[in-house]
Design a protein. Structure first.
Length: 230
């Protein structure tokens, strides 16, 4: 009887540890970039976007979209499947007024081969979207509207996106996704088709729905974390 109880307890404990690793705060930072120097800003490499200009401004990386460019993304040096990426991003007032409502700030995980997970935040609309990109149409996993945690023009939005696979049990192979603005959870989802995403890039992204010529944003304090093994 004692052996059966111990086995049941250990199994329950293992499930609890797994849940904590997926949904909890048990993440360890392995990469940090304050964007204060040219060398630091150069660590982020352009992943996508036709015309993407970047420069240093007030201790951050400033990104400006050019002609025929809907979005610009820059990847960190960290590659991996189970990651969390965070960054402080601002949509700047230099963005043309007619584009400000359409413009978004964002993060990407498992990017590559046309597939990715995205957190997109629209400062003027106070809207956040958790999206799976791949195939013919985007899959909107979660949408938050009129979100008070989302800040406006020139204000700092601290974004965080986590994607971690379940590695055992009935849910093995599923990806658990969590999207935050500041401390507010703005999106949460389970993806049964996580195997579709074989890319391993982690990146920041700035853009609009269509042509974003003139959109200006800044990116600062980029952090990438992995699940704690302890």
């Amino acid at each position: 009887m004692k052996g059966r109880f111990a086995a049941t307890f250990l199994a329950a404990l293992a499930v609890g540890v797994l849940a904590c690793a997926v949904a909890g705060a048990a993440m360890i930072g392995i990469y940090r970039n304050s964007m204060e120097s040219l060398a630091q800003r150069s660590q982020l490499v352009k992943l996508s976007g036709a015309n993407c200009a970047r420069a240093g401004a007030n201790g951050a990386m400033r990104i400006t979209l050019g002609k025929k460019t809907a979005a610009c993304s820059f990847r960190t040096p960290v590659l991996g499947r189970d990651l969390e990426i965070a960054a402080t991003e601002r949509l700047l007032s230099g963005t043309p007024s007619d584009l400000q409502r359409k413009a978004f700030l964002g993060l990407e995980l498992r990017a590559g081969g046309g597939f990715k997970y995205q957190l997109l935040v629209f400062p003027r609309q106070k809207k956040a979207q958790l999206i799976k990109i791949g195939g013919e149409d985007p899959n909107y996993l979660a949408i938050a509207k009129n979100e008070k945690a989302i800040k406006g023009i020139n204000e700092a939005n601290v974004l965080r996106l986590r994607a971690v696979n379940v590695t055992s049990g009935r849910e093995k192979g599923q990806a658990r996704l969590f999207a935050y603005v500041g401390k507010t959870l703005v999106g949460e989802a389970v993806d049964d088709g996580a195997g579709d995403l074989t890319g391993r890039n982690s990146s920041v992204i700035v853009g609009t729905i269509k042509n974003g010529n003139g959109v200006v944003a800044s990116v600062d304090d980029v952090v990438v974390r992995v699940p704690s093994p302890f």
